[in-house]
Each structure stands twice: as C-alpha cells, then as structure tokens.
Design a protein. Structure first.
Length: 664
C-alpha cells in the first residue's frame, strides 16, 4: 500500500487487534499500522485471550513487515516493583523481534529502554496524559518519538503543540472513550482493588447515577457515560492539525467490527487525499452510524462538548458488549475494620527501614483560613492547592506573602493544577521567575512542570497523581530535580511494601482525607442547570451546595474548582491513623492530610490526632478510638486489598468484553 501523506505531512491509520487471528485479518485491511498487546504489562489484562504470546507477537511482526506495515506493542500499564526484572527481559525480546514501537505509560519503561540501549521507539500513551508544550519537550528529552495526546485536547491546541515541538502526534479518532482525564481515575482501585491504570478497570463511570444538589434530585441516568468518539467526517481537520496517526479504539472488539471501521476510515482518508476539494465527508457515514454501539460525539476535538458527550443508548443493558454483561454494578466502598488494619500492619512489618529523623505532617489546604490554622497547629508543610474548590478562590500573591509572614517553622509549598495548559504554565512561570516569593517549594503534577520550573531554584515535591509505582520511575523524576515523591494511591498493600523496601524518594503518603478518584473536564454541575428536578432531598454528609452522585450504595461528592473542572471524591475518608506505627518503621517520612474538603475545625481535629500519634505512636489505638468520621465512614482504600483484583470469588463482579480507551 502506498504511503499516505498530504503536502509532506505523513498520515497513518492505526488499527487495533486483540488476538492473532484478528490481527491477520486487520493487517490486510487498509491500515498503515496495527497496535496490540503481549501477555504482560498492557491495559487489557482484564480480558484473557485478548493478548498475544511472545511467539504470536513475533509472527505478527513478520507478517506486518512483509506487507510493509508496522506493529506497535502496548507496554502501557503501571509497573510494580516486583515486575521490573520481567520488564527488562520483555523489552529486550520486543527489541529483538523488531517491534516498530512500544506504547508506554510508566517512566520505568523509558528508563529501561535507555539503560539497555534498545532500539525501540517510544510512543507516550494517552495514560501519560501529555497536555502542554513543556511536558512534550520533557518527553522528547527522554527519547519519546510520538505522543498520544490527552483525550481532552482540541485540534487547534494539538496543531500548536506540533508546531512548537515537532513531536509526532497521535489522536483517538473512533471508539470507546472515558469521561475522566487519562490516568486520573482511581475509582475502580478503591472499589475493587482493580486499577484502570493497570488494565483492570471495572468502569464505575457506566453506573446509573442520580445527581443531587441544593436539596433537589435530578434524573441524570448515566451522567459519566461518554459517547463513542467519531471523527470520520473530520479527516481534513485532523490532517490540518498535524495529527500523524489516526488511532482507532478496539482491542476487545470482534474482527468484523474492527474491519468495518478500518475500511471506512481507510477509504475516507484515501478519498480525501485523492480529491481534497471535492471530498464528500458523509459518504458511507450511514454504515458506521447504523452499526454503532453507543451514540457518537467528536468529544473535545472542537472544544468542550458539555452534556452532548454523554451517552444513553444501551447504557446499563449490556447490549453493546459482546458478552452481554456489564462491567460492574454499584458497590459500596470498603469499611475500615480492626481485622483489615491488622492484615495491612503484618505486610508493612516486612519492611525494615525506619525513617531517620522526626516524621513530618503535611496538609493540602483550600483557603487562607485553613492554612493559617494549620500553621498555628504546627504542621510541618502546608500545600496551597493549585485547584481550589469553589466557592473559595485561588491563592493570591498577597495571600502567599501574608502566610509567609506567619509561617514560622512551617514550610509553605505552592501546588499546581493536575492538568496545566500552556496558559497555566505561562502564569506560574511569571509568578515564580523572579524567585521573590517566600515559598519553601513547589508541588509539581507532571514532568513538564519539573523540567520548566527547576531552574527557579525552589525544592520540588511530586504529587500523588504522578502515579509513582516503582523506584525506576522515581529516578526519572529525580533527574528533573524532584526531591520527594508521593506514593500512588493505587498501591495494594503488597506493592506498597515492595516500593518502600526499594525507594529512595517516594517517602510521602496520603494518610487521611477523601481523595479525588475521578478528575474531569466534564462538568456534572451543568446537569442541574438544564434539567428539572424530580424530588427533594438533602445531602447526607456534605453541604447541599456540593453536588453528589447517588446510587443505592451511597453518595460521592463532586467539587468544582476555580478552573471549572470537577473532582469526584470517595464517599468515605481514607484513614491510616492506626497504621502510623508500622508506616514509621517502614520508612515513610511525610504524612499528608488532604484537607480541602473540611471546614477549619474539622481539619484542626484531624491535624491534632495525627500530630499526637506521630509524636507518640503507642497512642494510635487510643486516639483512633476517639475519632469520628466527618463523612460516610473510614476506609483503607486500596490497602484493603491484599492482591490485585483482590475481590474474593463469591463477590467478583461480572466483567464485560471491552474497556475504555486507554490505548485500547
């Protein structure tokens, strides 16, 4: 097949394949490359039989190359500390059989490719969530040759990103999408011990929620269920935006469905290249529409889609899954129990590396009143949130100066948004460039921020959304000047113990609060502006001004920040207070309270409890006995699970045939 290009711009149609048999059919279709997964380290581990053995990978590469086509292998989940040795061996094998590129989420993979001198080109997975110029420049320095851009990136931004960096860009153009920013959905881990970042998502985004706000209930049906991506009619705009690779989702789709989509897009691209002026955008579009599973949307390609991006077609019926099953049904978060605490403590006691020096208590705050109180209570580090929940407003320069004047021995650290546009990077750069702010550090949320702000001289701490899972990845962040890192909230108890045995810098843990488990550009509050309420009912645990998602298993608060983004938190409170003695012996040096959702007095009570136990670990039991949860109860989060997929056989939820678009 002749190479596709327009005005010197290369164009690649990238197709999925879940099995060798499907691959053999799809590679003959009008695509330029095929992506697939091996038997380990990829984002489709939930579906057995939809990953290729080593021998099958070799056969696939040989067949593709005989047709002058390419094969990309997904090595795109997070890597546990115990898996690093296997990872190095696996990457060596992929290099030897001539794989054309690997698709990567974890920086441990990047580290191994460099160290072993492998020839494997590296494509940054959508789970790396590349979303600004500075991040792409950092990825280029690390050897990444192509970036699958954030799903929330519009085409105009993608075009500008390519012009600034020259990086090859890959864009999802068709198929199953997620409503949460890539690698920023932890809900499946907290509910089931099955990480969406490890290829095991149980898709709680597809549940039938109701929305409640201001004492009224709204008939929202499936408010997080995204429509399928559909860019068939927008081939010209994709090429104009300098998108190199048009990515089709579907490693769990059957062969006929994939072939139909590949043939449709291949024909559309070729018709446009042959006659761009006379191109008929809707030719044969009816075939895709008639065979759709969900309804279609262009998602964020042309701006924020709002509620138009939410699907209702077949949701909850299982009709759009080849097995006829849904992924999961509403499930309550697990309760903290003394028995579970004892189990986790036993695992942590296998780590014997007591931290040197006094432990430090840290807290993230949402407003100046919380910050002043935390300083007065003697907290060691106060993180000023970069995403302030409304109705509070972002911290001003004057706020920082006033807090600096009263901080005493407390360190004052400025946080950043998880997703930073080029505008955000410019704003923070201007604020920091003179080094005049009396700050003691920066809380960075992506490698681009570390790269860009390191020259300003502020010590840097890596936030939890970096998803630190292993010591290899932390070494990459250390190269960019990050001095301390926060452990991933998705670590099961065994993986946390292994990380603590090997880490040099991941010594901070979130030990209390209601962490954000879904971080979204999608604005759930819009539902309350366009729908009519169907009932009256107050919130059970949070103020009525806060929107909550309701199921028969509980209520999860959703906070809107000053950027307009939505933060869905767990319903309960994470509480590691009874585990502090074991965490101290395991080398954890910094203990963080996520304080943004509490009022000043609630937060003061929590701070005092942790200060007491950190000063005298023998009091943990007595202090815990006096604690009363602010919200729906206490949970250990993912530490509740002994192993990945830690649900027992009798409670394992039904699994559907395909998942979301994490390099699907």
């Amino acid at each position: 097949m002749r190479k596709r290009e327009m005005n010197g711009k290369p164009i690649e149609l990238l197709a999925p394949a879940g099995t060798l048999d499907i691959f053999k059919t799809i590679v003959q279709a009008p695509c330029d490359a095929v992506y697939l997964g091996g038997s380990m380290f990829n984002m489709r581990m939930i579906r057995k039989g939809y990953n290729l053995s080593r021998e099958q990978l070799k056969e696939a590469v040989e067949l593709a190359h005989s047709l002058d086509k390419k094969v990309y292998v997904t090595v795109n989940n997070l890597i546990g500390p115990q898996e690093l040795e296997q990872l190095g061996d696996y990457l060596g094998y992929l290099d030897r059989i001539g794989v054309d590129a690997i698709i990567v989420q974890d920086f441990a993979v990047v580290s191994f490719v460099r160290e072993l001198g492998l020839r494997l080109p590296i494509h940054a997975s959508v789970m790396m969530n590349a979303h600004n110029t500075d991040m792409v420049l950092a990825l280029q320095e690390l050897g990444v040759t192509r970036t699958v851009v954030s799903r929330e990136m519009d085409l105009k931004t993608a075009q500008l990103l390519h012009l600034k960096t020259g990086m090859e860009l890959e864009y999802f153009v068709h198929g199953d999408m997620c409503s949460v920013h890539g690698a920023n959905c932890l809900a499946s881990s907290f509910l089931y011990g099955m990480s969406s970042n490890r290829g095991r998502c149980m898709k709680p985004c597809r549940w039938a929620y109701r929305i409640k706000k201001d004492g009224e209930v709204y008939p929202t049906e499936y408010p997080l269920a995204a429509k399928d991506m559909y860019m068939y009619e927008h081939i010209p705009e994709l090429i104009e935006a300098n998108v190199t690779s048009f990515k089709l989702e579907g490693r769990m789709r059957d062969v006929e469905a994939v072939r139909m989509i590949v043939e449709a897009y291949g024909d559309a691209i070729d018709r446009y290249l042959a006659d761009p002026v006379g191109f008929n955008r809707v030719h044969d579009a009816d075939k895709l529409y008639e065979n759709r599973k969900r309804d279609y949307s262009t998602a964020y390609a042309f701006g924020k889609p709002g509620l138009d991006n939410i699907n209702r077609r077949y949701e909850g019926t299982g009709v759009f899954y080849s097995t006829g099953k849904v992924f999961s049904t509403p499930t309550a978060e697990r309760e903290l129990t003394p028995a579970k605490v004892a189990e986790v403590a036993d695992v942590l006691q296998t780590v014997e590396r007591p931290a040197e020096g006094r432990p430090r208590l840290t807290v993230r705050v949402n407003n100046k009143a919380q910050a002043s109180m935390a300083i007065a209570e003697g907290v060691d580090v106060v993180y000023l949130s970069g995403e302030v929940f409304l109705p509070d407003q972002p911290f001003t320069k004057a706020d920082i100066e006033q807090l600096a004047a009263e901080k005493g021995d407390t360190q004052l650290v400025l946080g950043m948004p998880r997703m930073m546009t080029d505008l955000h990077m410019e704003q923070y750069g201007h604020l920091l460039e003179n080094g005049e702010l009396a700050l003691d550090g920066l809380l960075v949320t992506h490698i681009g921020a570390a790269r860009t702000f390191a020259p300003f001289g502020y010590p840097m701490v890596g936030d939890f959304n970096l998803n630190l899972y292993n010591q290899r990845a932390e070494q990459v962040y250390a190269e960019y000047g990050v001095e301390r890192l926060t452990a991933s909230l998705e670590l099961h108890r065994d993986k946390l113990a292994e990380l603590l045995k090997h880490t040099e810098r991941t010594t901070e843990m979130i030990v209390h609060g209601s962490p954000v488990v879904m971080y979204m550009e999608h604005d759930l509050y819009e539902n309350t502006q366009v729908l009519q309420p169907i009932a009256e009912e107050s919130n059970r645990y949070v103020d009525d001004s806060v929107l909550v998602l309701m199921t028969d298993k509980g209520e999860s608060p959703v906070y809107r920040d000053h950027h307009g983004r939505n933060h869905l938190t767990i319903a309960k409170e994470l509480c590691y207070l009874p585990l502090v003695p074991q965490l101290l012996e395991a080398g954890v040096t910094h203990y963080r309270i996520e304080g943004c959702t509490y009022d000043v007095e609630q937060l003061r009570t929590i701070i005092r409890a942790y200060r007491q136990v950190l000063a005298d670990p023998t009091t943990a039991g007595d202090v815990m006995a006096t604690m009363k949860p602010v919200y729906a109860g206490y949970t250990l989060g993912t530490l509740d699970f002994a192993i990945e997929g830690g649900v027992s056989a009798h409670e394992e939820p039904a699994m559907a045939a395909r998942g979301g678009a994490a390099d699907a």
